[in-house]
Design a protein around this ligand. Structure first.
Ligand code: ZN
Ligand code: ZN
Length: 301
């Protein structure tokens, strides 16, 4: 893969401070070294405030991180963990967000481990009766208030800075599982050219880049191609969604896929039909295993 995995933000420490102030401090002689250092520190802090969000994306409270510690714990910490079907990531019967108590001694910063292992390996009824084409689905959270705001801001509010946050939360959820076979390659669900042109970016790719880096997996941004435009699944009646997405994807380079475990990244998994079509396409091209990595999973109604 020669695709660049993620962009590197500029190092604020190496950025130029206001020239006039620095020149004045330097001209005052060596005794002003402390003042020069203070100026540089001040400039770096000012620049950091511009580069980093200063408000939590969920509650709007002061936060140096994109998510404040309170929201991170409430919506992505062990208290929010639920047992999910390993294949489709839907909550298992009797599970609801916050229903599973954290176990004492659970590793800090590894959200979800206690709840997610409560019924480890148990498939939901849907996956037992009609197994999907994919083998595994990992999700960071349910697609529900207020977590859906992160996706909506990323997708429709052009807040691209939220993609690394979604990727980090998803990586934490993957690591918390502890028994996840990682794929050889990650690829995003592609947007059609018209939708890509309209939005200017593919949010799935924006999440896949930092996720690939965080998990140490190679990224193949163009492994999948959308060969025809489809209406947004959300705009199509449920009974027409399968027809809407059928035959929408292609794999230009089957050698990348044959015999390998492929990871597919998307922002939200709703009915799962799109990801099922993607997995079926990958398997037709010889993929040995397909795992979905989705930031949020819409729970069944
Ligand atoms: Zn918050
Ligand atoms: Zn399932």
């Amino acid at each position: 893969m020669n695709d660049k995995i993620g962009a590197t933000a500029g190092d604020p420490a190496t950025s130029t401070a206001p020239d006039a102030a620095l020149a004045a401090a330097a001209a005052a002689g060596p005794a002003c070294g402390a003042r020069l250092r203070a100026l540089l520190r001040h400039s770096a802090r000012g620049l950091l405030r511009h580069l980093l969000p200063s408000a939590c994306a969920l509650c709007g409270g002061d936060s140096d991180d994109a998510l404040c510690a309170g929201c991170a714990a409430q919506f992505f910490g062990p208290a929010a963990a639920i047992a999910r079907c390993p294949r489709c990531a839907n909550p298992l019967p009797g599970q609801a967000s916050g229903a599973v108590e954290a176990t004492a001694g659970a590793p800090q910063g590894r959200p979800g481990a206690p709840g997610r292992t409560a019924m480890a390996g148990q498939l939901c009824g849907v996956c037992l009766t009609a197994p999907p084409a994919f083998d595994r689905t990992l999700a960071a959270a349910d697609y529900a208030l207020p977590v859906d705001q992160l996706v909506l801001q990323l997708k429709f509010g052009h807040r691209l800075a939220l993609a690394p946050l979604c990727a980090r939360l998803l990586r934490d959820a993957v690591l918390a599982e502890g028994n996840v076979a990682l794929p050889a390659l990650l690829c995003p669900v592609p947007l059609g050219p018209r939708r890509l042109a309209g939005r200017g970016y593919n949010q799935a790719l924006e999440i896949a880049r930092p996720l690939a880096r965080g998990l140490g997996i190679a990224l193949a941004p163009r492994l999948l191609q959308r060969v025809r435009e489809t209406a947004a699944q959300s705009s199509v009646a449920p009974e027409r969604r399968q027809q809407n997405i059928a035959g929408a994807f292609a794999v230009p380079d089957a050698a990348l896929v044959a015999g390998r475990h492929i990871g597919v990244v998307d922002d939200v998994m709703t009915s799962g039909r799109t990801l099922n079509e993607v997995a079926a396409t990958l398997k037709r091209h010889g993929a040995a295993r397909v795992s979905n990595f989705v930031f949020a999973r819409t729970p069944p109604h």
